[in-house]
Design a protein around this ligand. Structure first.
Ligand SMILES: *Cc1c(COP(=O)(O)O)cnc(C)c1O
Length: 420
């Protein structure tokens, strides 16, 4: 298997580790920017304008959001905290899509205060939103479409007809009729049916499905949809040898569908948007840990100073994350379970994985942690979440989140002797 390359040297890593301590998540700013650029370029043809609303949940750090905002991205939010993060970095108004489900009234009010485009998850939420806003609706609204058995899903998101999200086709038509009757003026349509999908054809089919539905809505209800949101879900090559989605080719194939269907139907210009998170930051994050222990029992183990609290995906989904040992690459290899310190046997970053054989004290780098890495962390077993570092080349970096302390962990308890 071909190795995945690291953008930094061991010396650069050790220099950062000496200052911030291990473990930490390290994010490569230049690589994120280059990828954002390529994403925008792939859709530069969209006559109504293209924007990716970054799914904030993937890496909810305002310093990273500020970098993405500078690259022209908006924010996709699903909670009060995510809305506040966008507001703090100056992502506001229609640069925010609020896509949520099972939503409390307070979150709708906050999204409305910021002027976000609200994306409703169910037809009953029209009345719920109207009530939450004191008897009015925003002028611009979006619906989330669930195609049900018309479209296959994938392993992470499941089959669309089993998914809790979105309107049925009949409800979509009825919903836009209702919005028109209530005086709503501007309409958008969204779907999100896959996660971590590497097949480029999938995104072209999704676009075609929304184009066809927008045309049907226009013909049957008179509602002229002005913005389509193709959702997120573009996967990343976690495993060596996997191919990243060719964004330029996807962009061109969607352009062809646009010209073939939307233009003759009189629905151009149409704004086309996405809300990708994983592919925007995922490949550009690295969890850097130190090897604390090695043991040989029925199996061989490498124990790290990080654990599931720092990266849940392998334990939660059985996900593959590549591992490099920068001091030993090219040397002898050996098969290990790579573990964390939780009292949970599934606290393993890799099982039966051949890696460059590390020594105790070596730095070990887990790849592709820039999405759903730090963000998914938790405090079970009293484990503390790590620092996050934005790497700007060479030995230049910014600490963009300090590591948690015990005082942070105990902050919600009122008990003598636990405050510091
Ligand atoms: C998580 C999520 C996204 C982002 O998905 P990625 O797989 O990170 O691209 C987009 N939209 C919604 C509604 C989501 O829940």
């Amino acid at each position: 298997m071909s190795a995945k390359k690291l953008p930094f040297t061991l010396g650069q890593l050790e220099s950062i580790a000496a200052q911030v301590g291990t473990p930490f998540h390290l994010y490569d700013e230049a690589a994120m920017r280059a990828n954002a650029h390529a994403f925008n370029a792939a859709f530069a043809w969209v006559p109504g304008g293209f924007k990716n609303f970054y799914a904030v949940k993937a890496l909810p750090n305002p310093h990273v959001l500020a970098v993405l905002k500078a690259e022209g991205f908006g924010g996709d939010c699903s909670s009060l905290a995510e809305l506040r993060l966008c507001e703090a970095v100056g992502i506001r108004g229609e640069d925010i899509v609020f896509t949520s489900n099972d939503t409390p009234a307070e979150e709708y009010r906050e999204a409305d205060r910021l002027g976000a485009l609200i994306n409703l998850d169910d037809i009953s939420h029209i009345a719920f939103l109207e009530q939450a806003l004191g008897g009015r609706l925003p002028e611009f609204l979006c619906f989330r479409y669930n195609p049900g058995p018309l479209k296959a899903g994938n392993a992470i998101i499941g089959k669309p007809e089993e998914a809790k999200y979105g309107f049925t086709r009949e409800q979509i038509i009825e919903g836009y009729r209702l919005l028109r009757a209530k005086g709503v003026k501007r309409f958008a349509l969204h779907t999100m049916v896959a996660s971590n999908e590497l097949d480029p054809a999938y995104f072209v089919e999704t676009a075609q499905m929304l184009f066809d539905l927008a045309i049907e809505v226009f013909r049957t209800t008179g509602a002229r949809i002005e913005l389509l949101n193709l959702g997120g879900g573009i996967g990343i090559p976690y495993r060596p040898g996997q191919q990243a989605v060719d964004l330029a080719a996807v962009g061109q194939a969607i352009k062809a569908a646009y010209e073939r269907t939307l233009v003759p139907a009189g629905l151009a210009p149409m704004r086309i948007t996405m809300e990708c998170g994983r592919m925007v930051t995922g490949p550009y994050g690295y969890l850097v840990s130190r090897v604390l222990h090695k043991k040989a029992t029925y199996k061989n183990y490498v124990g790290l100073d990080s654990c599931m609290a720092n990266l849940m995906r392998p334990a939660l989904y059985g996900s593959y994350h590549h591992i490099s040992v920068p001091a030993r690459e090219g040397g002898p290899r050996k098969t290990y379970d790579v573990t964390g310190s939780l009292c949970e046997n599934n606290d393993k970053f890799a099982i039966d994985r051949e890696i460059a054989d590390p020594a105790i004290g070596d730095l070990l780098v887990i790849h592709d942690t820039g999405a759903h890495g730090h963000a998914m962390g938790f405090n079970y077993n009293g484990k503390l979440r790590s620092a996050e570092v934005l790497w700007q080349g060479g030995t230049n970096y910014r600490l963009i989140r300090r590591a948690e302390t015990l005082a942070d962990h105990f902050a919600t308890l009122d008990f003598p002797g636990l405050k510091s």
